[in-house]
Design a protein around this ligand. Structure first.
Ligand code: AMP
Ligand code: ZN
Length: 478
């Protein structure tokens, strides 16, 4: 089977092949704006594109995939947070402290979710020179203009502006606010560069503007993808909310600056995540960070393992909307516990060289599921079957482990799961059908069978007590 990916540009699932096989696969994903803890919605693209990264490395080789995810460290929210947290420090120093701290937290969080680090994580502030150069090219080529110390991209100059989002310029203009900024020729024109206000970070401006300024948001991704992947590359990803205007504008900037028909060949977008059926927002009080899930018990009165969070995310296909619920997390945890319970000796086989030798990589059904536009829902259910199979045939264990690894679900025995409780639940689950069989035997007055089952339960460590009202209590013998 070949890799097929849904491309937002064409609205079709397409066969994927690298543009330049010699250079390998080049992928860019829009990363976090670093001013606060990342929320569980932000975790979705990180996990989704980590699965894609793992799959591409499996298909093309580890040194034939380059994954770039930027860090946005120029943003109004960062400035505000810096001023609030460190009012006595010079702004630049305060911004540095906020962004460094947040970047570290982000890494800790997504590491815990089993995500590999991208090959490059460029910061916007380290690419201001590239942004200026792109802007100057756009002005020279007539796609952008300078007005009141701003530089604006003139959308009317690009014949197929709106192609990604499938919106026509006329429609967009009709919907635009009446109050248009005085420096814009057209309401849809967007900012490439703007003057810095007092108390904002600033850099030397492009295109002959004398006062210091700062980049607009979209230009950073055009600059950083150019620097690290080239003018044209294979895959560009992010959440569905980024299609318009962010990705539409990235395309406009890059294609017009390089006079190229293509920026990225395949555009991929994950669906949105909501919480217990509602849009996540601070005002609704259902805003939830990755850190809170992992550490605080704020969601479901329990701290969840990173793997549980990851599995819970992968149970839904990446393009579907996803409802983040406590129930979903419990289901994922039960599944992981169940897999691990079957392999109490999971660590042993991992160290067993004979088993390592017979591992031929992940199971083809798991690979096939992922080849089909990352069908993680199917891959996870196949993984469950492999777990069952491996419990009766240890020879298949390495295939199971290697399949779990392809999905980033290793190691399988995290420290903090409530194994004791889970083991009890598992034991009682297995005991219940036996109790029913025993009740049936008693109803038939088959005392021999009823005693046999009682002994079987006892051997499993389950003691039963018959109540006067005909019910039976189960207890786990200590
Ligand atoms: P932001 O920091 O808001 O720019 O978001 C960083 C990444 O997270 C982008 O790819 C967004 O599309 C994505 N994202 C933000 N909120 C959600 C959500 N609720 N569900 C899924 N993805 C989201
Ligand atoms: Zn971006």
């Amino acid at each position: 089977m070949e890799l097929r990916l849904f491309n937002t540009l064409t609205k079709e699932k397409e066969a994927f092949a690298p543009l330049d096989p010699a250079r390998g696969v080049r992928m860019y994903v829009c990363g976090p704006t670093v001013y606060d803890f990342a929320h569980i919605g932000n975790a979705r693209p990180v996990i989704v594109f980590d699965v894609l990264y793992r799959l591409l490395r499996h298909l093309y080789g580890e040194d034939k995939v380059k994954y770039v995810r930027n860090i946005t460290d120029v943003d109004d929210k960062i400035n505000a947070r810096a001023a609030e947290e460190y009012p006595d420090l010079p702004l630049n120093e305060a911004i540095r402290l906020v962004t460094e701290k947040t970047e570290k937290q982000f890494h800790e969080d997504v590491d815990a979710l089993g995500c590999l680090r991208p090959d490059v994580e460029p910061r916007a502030t380290e690419h201001i020179g590239e942004m200026r150069e792109l802007i100057e090219r756009l002005v020279k080529a007539g796609f952008a203009y300078v007005e009141q110390d701003h530089v604006l991209f003139e959308v009317g100059k690009m014949s197929d502006y709106g192609k990604l989002a499938r919106r026509s310029l006329d429609e967009m203009e009709a919907g635009a606010r009446v109050e248009v900024a005085p420096y814009k020729r057209n309401p849809m024109d967007f900012v490439l560069w703007k003057p810095s206000k007092p108390n904002e970070p600033g850099w030397p401006s492009p295109s002959g503007i004398k006062t210091p300024g700062r980049p607009g948001w979209h230009i950073e991704c055009s600059a950083m993808s150019w620097k690290h992947l080239g003018e044209t590359f294979d895959i560009h990803g992010g959440g569905i909310d980024l299609v318009f205007p962010h990705h539409e504008n990235e395309i406009a900037q890059s294609r017009c600056a390089f006079h190229s028909p293509v920026m990225a060949k395949t555009w991929m977008h994950n669906g949105f995540l909501q919480v217990e059926g509602e849009k996540m927002s601070k005002s609704l009080g259902n805003f939830i960070t990755i850190r809170e899930l992992l550490d605080t018990g704020k969601f479901g009165n329990k701290s969840w393992e990173g793997q549980t969070v990851r599995l819970a995310m992968l149970k839904t296909h990446y393009r579907q909307p996803l409802d983040w619920t406590v129930k979903r997390l419990w289901e994922a945890e039960d599944q992981i516990v169940n897999w691990s319970l079957r392999y109490d000796d999971i660590v042993e086989p991992l160290n067993n060289p004979r088993l390592k030798l017979i591992s031929k990589g992940p199971h083809p059904e798991i690979v096939d599921a992922l080849l089909d536009d990352l069908n993680t829902h199917l891959a996870v259910s196949v993984l469950g079957q492999l777990a069952r199979e491996a419990s009766s045939n240890q020879e298949t264990l390495p295939t199971f482990l290697s399949s779990a690894d392809l999905l980033g679900l290793m190691p399988l025995r995290p420290a903090n799961l409530d194994y004791e409780n889970a083991a009890r639940r598992d034991l009682l689950d297995r005991a219940r059908p036996l109790v029913e069989a025993r009740n049936a035997a008693r109803a038939n007055k088959d005392w021999k069978e009823s005693d046999r089952i009682r002994d079987e339960l006892k051997a499993m460590g389950v003691v039963i007590k018959d109540n006067k009202d005909g019910t039976t209590d189960l207890e786990i013998a200590r």
